[in-house]
Each structure stands twice: as C-alpha cells, then as structure tokens.
Design a protein. Structure first.
Lengths: 82, 145
C-alpha cells in the first residue's frame, strides 16, 4: 500500500488530491504505467512525463527510483514558488 | 526562521522585527502579486504541506553553510492572494553586504524551483497554472547545481 498524492494540474486532470494504491510496482515509472492502465485520466495526466516531477517521502526523486520502503509518492508539475 | 502561512503579513513590520544584532548588513526581498497589465485579479498558491517546510529548511541550512549569516528569515504564503499582496519574503543578515545579498539571491533561486508551491493566476475569464521558466532552472546552475 502506498499513498499517492497529486498537485496542481495533475490533481485536476486525475480528479483526486490523493489515493491509496495497492501496487507491486518496483519503480516510479512502473507505478505510472500501472496507474495509466486503470483509467484514461491518468494517461492524460502522465502523457508528457517531462512536465512531471516526483517526490518520494517528501524528497525530490526521479522516475527510475525504486519504491521499496516508500510510503508516500507525490506527482506534480515543476514548482513555481518565490 | 521559517513561516509558511495563509495569512497576509506586513513587510515593514517583519523587517523591523528581524533580529540583526551583530550584523553589518541586512538584505530583504519580497515578491508581490503583479497585475500583468491589469489582467490579473489575484493568485491562488497550492503547496505540499508535508514537504514545504522540510525542503525550505534544507535550503536555509545550505545558505547558512555557504555564507556566514547572523540570521535568516523566510516567509511564504499559500492560498488566495489579491494583486499587490506580498507572496513571500526573504531576509538575510550578515557582517558584510556581499554575503547578505548572495545568500538572499541563493534562497530566492531555490525557492522558485525547489520549494513545492504552484501558482495559479486568476483572471476574469478563468484560472491558469503558471508555467515554470527555463531561466529559473538555469539560475540554479550558478550555485553549482
């Protein structure tokens, strides 16, 4: 079980701020592929992965990172703070 | 010191309250909601609460490690902000101005692209997410990223 969070336009396209996902995905990339199989909304949100950033347990990471031991995965667009 | 808040803050009050005892230079910077030629009504800022504080603390620690700072303050707001409202503020105090200026710029560059905030511009016709700029990412390179 993993908590998956979505922010900004990813949240809007998927239609959820967060969900608990039962997954055996080894990497972030595998998790995205699994999500995209579930519903077309995910395919739309993850269509251009170069526009998506990921954090694992609140630390910026990358799509090849492994999910073993990770509790929270967050997907969001590039940050626009300041 | 770090504050992440929805409430408005007063730039002057914060600058006056900033403890710079022992410093010879204080730099303050504030970002405000610009009206983009009269088009904008306001801005909505979303953030990732569990990550925001942790990531900004890490950025502040890096600034303290690089420059000899007497004090550092970061305030960043989220939620709805009307045109003209301060979005965020950085203050740095150091013995000399070069350290204070550089540390403030460093903090700003990192807050723009490494703190989990997302701005949405609100106009009379709707809302649009602000796109990250490639210059913002490029700005990090001068600090060795």
């Amino acid at each position: 079980m993993i908590e998956v969070l979505y922010f900004a336009w990813l949240r809007e396209r998927i239609g959820l701020p967060r969900e608990t996902v039962e997954t055996s995905a080894a990497t972030v990339r595998d998790l995205i592929a699994e999500l995209c199989m579930k519903d077309a909304r995910y395919g739309l949100a993850f269509a251009d992965i170069s526009a998506v950033r990921v954090a694992l347990d609140q630390t910026l990471s990358d799509f090849d990172a492994r999910l073993a031991g990770v509790r929270e995965v967050a997907f969001f667009p590039p940050m626009t703070g300041g | 010191m770090l504050r992440i808040q929805e409430a408005a803050f007063d730039l002057g009050e914060e600058a006056n309250a900033f403890d710079a005892r022992g410093a010879g230079a204080v730099v303050t910077f504030s970002g405000i909601v610009r009206d983009n030629g009269g088009q904008l009504i306001g801005m909505h800022i979303e953030h990732y609460p569990a990550m925001t504080e942790r990531s900004i603390c890490a950025i502040m620690d890096q600034a303290r490690a690089r420059w000899d700072l007497v004090n550092v303050l970061v305030i960043h707001r989220y939620g709805y902000l009307p045109v003209g409202a301060p979005i965020m503020m950085v203050a740095t105090a150091a013995l000399h101005r070069v350290a204070a200026f550089e540390a403030a710029e460093f903090l700003m560059d990192y807050l723009k692209s490494r703190a989990p905030f997302w701005k949405q511009e609100i106009t009379a016709t709707g809302a649009a997410w602000v796109q990250a700029k490639s210059e913002d990412e490029a700005a990090l390179r001068r600090w060795g990223e």
